[in-house]
Design a protein around this ligand. Sequence first.
Ligand code: PSV
Ligand code: MN
Ligand code: MN
Length: 424
Amino acid sequence: MILDKNIIAEHNDQLLADHKRRFDFLAADIPNVEAVLDKLVAFNIAIPSWALGTGGTRFGRFSGGGEPRSLEEKIDDVGLLHALNRSSNSISLHIPWDIPGNTAAIIEHAKQHGLHFDAVNSNTFQDQPNQALSYKHGSLHHTDKGVRQLAIDHNIEVIKYGEALGSKALSVWLADGSSFPGQINMRNAFNNTHESLQAIYDALPEDWKVLIEYKPYEPYFYSTTIGDWGQSYLLASKLGKKATTLVDLGHHLPNTNIEQIVALLLSEGKLGGFHFNDSKYGDDDLTTGSINPYKLFLIFNELVEGLDAKGINHATGLSWMIDESHNIKDPLEDLLMAVEAIKISYAQALIVDTPALKAAQAENDVVVAEGLLQHAYRTDVRALVAEARLRAGAALNPVKLYRDAAVRSTLIGERGANTVATGL
Ligand code: PSV
Ligand code: MN
Ligand code: MN
């Protein structure tokens, strides 16, 4: 299914008068409104190929139907999202869930939707059919050199796929860890991981990054070998300048001050990218901004401050990606909501009165400083984000148009009611 430009134009015409009233009211209070809009238009967030079907659970999966059956159909789904919001111009592939057969044809297919390929992800947390050795007890950290080499070779193969597709980064997330005290030698596990990552790093093209993800627990429950940002940062520092840390918002223990982690990594030049999602207890798959939007705003506030201080382009300086997968929402609606939440937080961070904040911090005026952040956070910037969409040629209300245009039932008609996309 392709969303015709005329359908989007008609939808926008219907909502335009109300939108203009709300936007003009808001814009009158934002001194740098044009600069903010330009930044919002430029800001895109990559869509993970594994978020296009229902998932995010190790219990039952309840497909809503019309899930993509192939890589081409996954690209089509991201194309639909991008047509609706003009903010999702790339897809992040997970190998071997998504093997690009005919690379030239896949690139062309993506181009027709205005898409390119973001970071490629390796998978050494599942055994593949007929795999000679097992990842049951880990991959890059394994006690057996043969298993480590298998995992290294897989990562190098993923880099090769990425090169053919025009990706510029490899994301490495390892399940490696232990579930019981005494199960592993933690020092050896870490050193093995370092040695294995070094071999992968040495195979990286010059203009590539490796993004090292961390996670405190799950699937193992006692230790994870790259369990927190310190362990990821240590590895990234040892490896060299192409290695950076990837922050997945759901990979922190409750109440962790993620904005402080982000500020320090950015300051050290070691923040490589993001996986956006939200969590209430210990999950990592709820819709971005659904549980704690203030936290998301505070993170964006540090990001904008740090990127500006370093003169880094907001849109292209880091790898921005969503990483959430749903069992009960339509995955495409979920992703539209996530992009909206990200852009709202970004817009709020862009309207913070930075000179006033700096002055208040210099004076140690806690009340004024906090008040400035709260003012930005409590400003309803939805009309600003909608205006950026309008200017980019997207829909004023993507979820409404998605429903009005009956996208899901059309996809079910095209693909069937019982399709299940690859992924977790
Ligand atoms: C692991 O929880 C993770 O966040 C990693 O980014 C994986 O690559 C992704 O989810 C999909 O399993
Ligand atoms: Mn992740
Ligand atoms: Mn995760």
